[in-house]
Design a protein around this ligand. Structure first.
Ligand SMILES: Cc1cc2nc3c(=O)[nH]c(=O)nc-3n(C[C@H](O)[C@H](O)[C@H](O)COP(=O)(O)OP(=O)(O)OC[C@H]3O[C@@H](n4cnc5c(N)ncnc54)[C@H](O)[C@@H]3O)c2cc1C
Length: 294
């Protein structure tokens, strides 16, 4: 069933980083978060590391902190922990929306935020909202740490700037201020436990009737989850009239490069990008006009 591997269970982040520092070949050693992706890959023999380093229970990677204008989550925070947090309304509705439609309860209980980012799937559901919220990731190795915008993390299909000796230890983003709104929609073949056909997250801020900040992020329609910067630029500095929203949605559809697969054709996916971006931008803008921020 599985190729043989050693499972290391360090007691602290430092121990995990020391083990990763010994890695010479990326395929030889992998961090194990909740295992909801990695165990599937191990069983399919899509990967065959000689060593797994369990990081999902390390206290240094846990915890959700709010303060100094930030929402900050340890890499091992699970989807269920996001949903159960008493202050979840401060995280950004787009992220909560994605967590609510994420897999089934059992997977949500163990799937981690770092695992969702690091698996590099273009259909990873937490990534579009995190991009729309301007998330920053912290990567740590035994020699030190660095932080970078999540928007600069992915370099291609299932590839990223993370080095084999680094752990993704924390994700943080500015706490969404009053006068901002964010939304996420997952189009899939079923409501629960289904792989995303198209994922869209938007985030808007409004001041004096003008859009001061626009973010649009698309999942499952390109090799990586990505922002649609040309469409964002069309919106910022303007009042979002229906024609402008429609033009931005068209630009988003144009940037997408979806493939045909068993779940949907590329043509359908691109059409749905247009429909969903238009819908979410309209709803978010309307809610800001009405003062009822999603
Ligand atoms: C039935 C089922 C349903 C699913 N439904 C969804 C869904 O609706 N939406 C969705 O987005 N995903 C879904 N998934 C995929 C998966 O659950 C998520 O991607 C999850 O967030 C992965 O997190 P994990 O902690 O389990 O990662 P793991 O499987 O432990 O690891 C995934 C990858 O990340 C690396 N990694 C893990 N933690 C770290 C870290 N701290 N630093 C560096 N690298 C790390 C691992 O080495 C591995 O390469 C589903 C999976 C299953 C089995």
């Amino acid at each position: 069933m599985y190729a043989e591997f050693d499972l290391l269970t360090p007691a602290a982040v430092g121990g995990a980083l020391d083990e990763l520092a010994k890695v010479e070949n990326e395929e030889d050693c992998m961090p194990l978060g909740g295992g909801t992706n990695l165990v599937v890959d191990l069983r399919a023999r899509a990967v065959a590391p000689k060593v797994l380093i369990s990081v999902g229970r390390l206290s240094g990677l846990r915890g959700i902190e709010l303060g100094e204008g930030r929402v900050s989550m340890g890499g091992a925070v699970t989807v269920s922990e996001i949903l159960r947090h008493p202050e979840r309304s401060r995280f950004g509705p787009a992220l909560i929306g994605a967590a609510q439609v994420f897999a089934g309860q059992m997977v949500r209980n163990t799937a981690t935020i770092a695992g969702n980012i690091c698996c590099g799937s273009p259909a990873a559901d937490l990534v579009p909202p995190l991009l729309a919220l301007d998330a920053v990731v912290r990567l740590e190795c035994s020699a030190g740490s660095r932080e970078l915008p999540l928007a600069d993390y992915f370099t291609g299909y299932k590839s990223s700037v993370r080095k084999p000796n680094e752990l993704l230890t924390r994700v943080w983003w500015p706490e969404p201020p009053a006068g901002s709104a964010s939304l996420f929609y997952k189009l899939a073949r079923r409501k629960g436990d289904a792989i995303t056909v198209v994922g869209v997250a938007v985030s808007l801020a409004r001041e004096n009737g003008i859009c001061t900040r626009a973010r649009i992020a698309l999942g499952a329609v390109a090799p990586v989850v990505e922002r649609v910067r040309p469409a964002e630029a069309m919106l910022e500095g303007n009042a979002l009239e229906p024609d402008l929203i429609e033009a931005a949605a068209r630009a988003a559809a144009q940037q997408s490069s979806p493939i045909d697969d068993v779940r949907a054709s590329g043509k359908y996916r691109r059409q749905q990008v247009f429909v969903l971006v238009r819908r979410l931008l309209s709803r978010a803008w309307r809610s800001l006009s009405e003062g009822d921020h999603p």
